[in-house]
Each structure stands twice: as C-alpha cells, then as structure tokens.
Write a protein that binds this ligand. Structure first.
Ligand SMILES: C[S@@+](CC[C@H](N)C(=O)[O-])C[C@H]1O[C@@H](n2cnc3c(N)ncnc32)[C@H](O)[C@@H]1O
Length: 424
C-alpha cells in the first residue's frame, strides 16, 4: 500500500519474541503482539468455518460474532482470571468464549431477547437438570396434538406478539408452539429458561425466513434434537469452564452510561476489563435483531413471547437510530456516547476490539474512528498487515445475507476488526 514503510526487518525478531514496540512504521500505533499472536488473530478472522461448538447454536442471533475470532481475541489479549466486557452483547458469543477460557465476563444489551439468550447460553446446569430438560422436550414432542386445546396466550396476542402466525400455512406451528410454551417447566428459573430457549431455537428454524413451513412431525423431531444439542453444548461448556467456573454478569441496559451502573461500580472500581470485545449495531445496515420474517417481509415478535420478555420500541431502538436520515445522526451520537463509556471502563492495559460492518465503508469508518478518538481512544494496527489494503483486519463473513437471505449480500458481508486502547 502506498505511503506505508516496508516491513522493517529489525522489527521481526522483536515481534517473534513478543516484544514489539508500540509505535510501528508509517507512524501507526501497533498492537504489541508477537507475530504468532497476530497470525492467530488473522487466521481466525479469515476462517470460513461455520458457527459451531459449545452453546453457540442455541439461537442464531443476527450479526453474531465468529466464535473463532472471539476466542483468538480473548486468548491473545487477556489472561485467565481477567475480565472481558461486551457492552453490545447480542447472543453472548463473547461471554461463552470467555467462560470457556476461564475469563470473567460482563455483558450488556438493550434487548431483553439478547439478554435472555446470552444468559441461557452461559448458565451451567448439572447433568440431572439437563436430563430433566431433555425428557421434557421428548414428552412435549409426543404430547403436541392438533386436536387438543392450546393455552390462548390472550395478553400476548392482544399486544401483537403473535401477529402473522395464524396464516393457513402456519397455524399448526403456532398451536404446537403454544402447547410447548404453555408446558415449559416452572419453579426452577434456569430450567424454564433453557426449555424456552429450546422452543425458541426450534421456532426460529421453523418460521424465520422459511419459504416452506415444516410439517408437525419435522417440528417435533427438531424440538427433540434441539434439546439434545442444547444439553450437549452446556455439557461441553461446563467441561471447558472447569471446576471453578468464571463469573458472568449480564445486564439489560444501554452501553451508554455503563460506567455509572450500580451493579458494576463495585467490581469496576477494583479492576477494569483487560479486554473489551464488542460489536455495536452497524451504521446504515438494517439487521432485524428482534424479529423474525414470515411470508417474505412480514415481521413477527414471537421470539419475545417464547422467551417471556418484552420487546423494546421498534427497529430503530435496536439499531441506534433511523436509517432514513442518510447522515445517521442518531447512530453517530449514540456511538460517540457509547465509546465514551467504553473509555470510562478501561484502563491503560485494556485493549478494545470492535467488530463492525458498514453500508458505506469509506465515509462511515472515518466517522466511526472520529467517535472513538473523541472518546480518547486511539486505533492500533497489526504490524503483519501493514502492507495489505488499508492495513486493517477485514474479514468476509460466510453466509451473511441480510434480510434472512431474501436480498443479495451487501458490502456489509465484509466486516472489520478494529483495535483500540486509551490514548497515551
Ligand atoms: C451486532 S449485535 C451484537 C452481536 C453479538 N456480538 C453476538 O455475537 O451475538 C449488536 C447488538 O447491540 C444491541 N444494541 C443496540 N443499541 C444498543 C445500546 N444503545 N446499548 C446496548 N446494546 C445495544 C442490539 O440489541 C444488538 O443485540
């Protein structure tokens, strides 16, 4: 790339030894990781492996992280026992990887659905309780019957959470869902939530973006296989987390003002996160975080009904503003405030990793970095990438198609992994 000094051969031995200086060639601040550690991050970012393992597939949270990238960032930029924070936690990929690698973690999200999913994915249950849930799913699959009554869920229906599910192609799935949700175990919150999450996963598979609705027999088989996958996932997560698992704290709140949250002030006064690994909504990119699409573009809020949580205030609530204004003022104002909060919960040893996609990368990445700089954050680069493109770690996201595949992929199917720390 023009204007960038060629790779300094004197730097290589220091990089190999993990003693890279913090100012690299070309005047850019570099991250200070060994060449092996940088390669680990780059390889993880370029991996096209599908999302798998641990509890990652409990729910297909839109625009979720690659677990490989999350794991590589956690292992290269923090130590066991450190705190990892994610203030736009979504489906909790970062928390699952933190727990599996012995790091404490703090997550927060404005969406109750995100908090529900992230909590279920990181709540370890012993083998007896897992078996109870698996048996519940088998009994439920056997008991679902179109000739029997289903609980009416009148309040949810009146509030619009079941809209678009009564269509002649979907009423069977709706009734099966109502029976399954009506029969979730009660009295043990963690078991109830896991059972709800299993129904959620099956319902997403059955309804979201589907052209052909599955048969009742397929629905029942998926409910049972989802339960088995969930218990296997939690079992492998518990094994990875070890006998003394790390602590996970998840808050339902905005990233803005996180530093003032009474639940965090005690723990953050003692110790700051070593790593903030997060992914705010993407500027100008419409991602349906909170709903599913049935019948083409018709949206259903059913995921909130199944999770027993309340929806927020419409699409722009979850995407930080209205896309109709081309200059995205609400997005960039909220981002600037969120970056300040990330700076406020950091100390000089904290690395902040942000993974973002853009509808207009050229102009939006510049504004994105201006918001970070105004919050007192400086961008760091990987020395190994200094001769490539703009010197940043870009990645192509496999199978990412917005609008659940009903539109062609947009430039947002490429995302960038950005590194920052407090300006010195
Ligand atoms: C790109 S997603 C995060 C996905 C996540 N990395 C994962 O692996 O699942 C962005 C998230 O930001 C949340 N969000 C939007 N505005 C927020 C705000 N002001 N504060 C906290 N979370 C917010 C959305 O609800 C959404 O879950």
């Amino acid at each position: 790339m023009s204007g960038i000094a060629p790779f300094d051969t004197a730097l290589r031995p220091m990089l190999e030894a993990g003693r890279a200086p913090l100012i690299g060639g070309g005047g850019r601040l570099t991250i200070g990781l060994s060449a092996d550690q940088q390669r680990r991050l780059i390889d993880a970012a370029h991996s096209m492996a599908p999302v798998a393992g641990l509890t990652h597939n409990f729910y297909r949270y839109p625009a979720r992280f690659s677990p490989q990238v999350a794991r590589a960032a956690i292992e290269t930029l923090s130590e066991p026992g450190d705190i990892v924070a994610d203030s736009f936690v979504g489906g909790g990929t970062s928390l699952v990887e933190a727990l599996a690698s012995g790091r404490h973690a703090i997550g927060s999200d404005i969406s109750t659905l995100a908090v529900f999913v992230a909590r279920v994915k990181t709540t370890l249950l012993d083998a007896d309780r897992l078996q109870i849930v698996e048996r519940w799913a088998e009994r439920t699959a056997t008991a679902i019957n179109m000739r029997d009554e289903a609980p009416p869920f009148e309040d949810w229906a009146e509030a619009g959470y079941l809209r678009h599910l009564d269509h002649r192609d979907r009423w069977r799935i709706r009734k099966a869902l109502a029976q399954a949700v009506g029969w979730v175990p009660s009295g043990d919150q963690a078991l109830e939530d896991l059972a709800r999450c299993i129904v959620l996963r099956t319902a997403q598979w059955a309804l979201d973006g589907r052209r052909t609705i599955p048969s009742l027999a397929e629905f029942k088989a998926n409910l049972v296989s989802s339960a088995k996958a969930a218990t296997a996932g939690l079992t492998s997560l518990a094994a990875a987390a070890g006998d003394d698992p790390a602590n996970i704290l998840i808050l339902n709140r905005s990233a803005v003002g996180l530093e003032t949250d009474p639940c965090l002030s005690g723990c953050l006064a003692e110790r700051k996160p070593r790593l903030i690994l997060t992914s705010p909504p993407y500027p100008g990119v419409h991602v349906l975080y909170h709903r599913w699409q049935v019948d083409g573009r018709k949206e259903t809020r059913a995921p909130f009904w199944i999770a027993n949580t309340l929806d927020g205030a419409g699409g722009s609530y979850y995407t930080m503003g209205d896309r109709k204004r081309p200059d995205l003022p609400v997005y960039f104002e909220t981002l600037a405030a969120a970056q300040k909060s990330l700076a406020a919960i950091s100390d000089p040893d904290t690395t902040i990793v942000q993974i973002v996609a853009f509808s207009k990368p050229d102009s939006q990445l510049k504004r994105y970095n201006e918001a970070a700089a105004a919050a007192g954050l400086e961008e760091l680069r990987l020395d190994l990438l200094r001769d490539e493109g703009d010197g940043r770690l870009w990645r192509e996201v496999p199978n990412r198609k917005w609008y659940n595949g009903t539109r062609p992929a947009t430039p947002a199917s490429n995302e960038v992994v950005l590194f920052y720390r407090l300006a010195r």
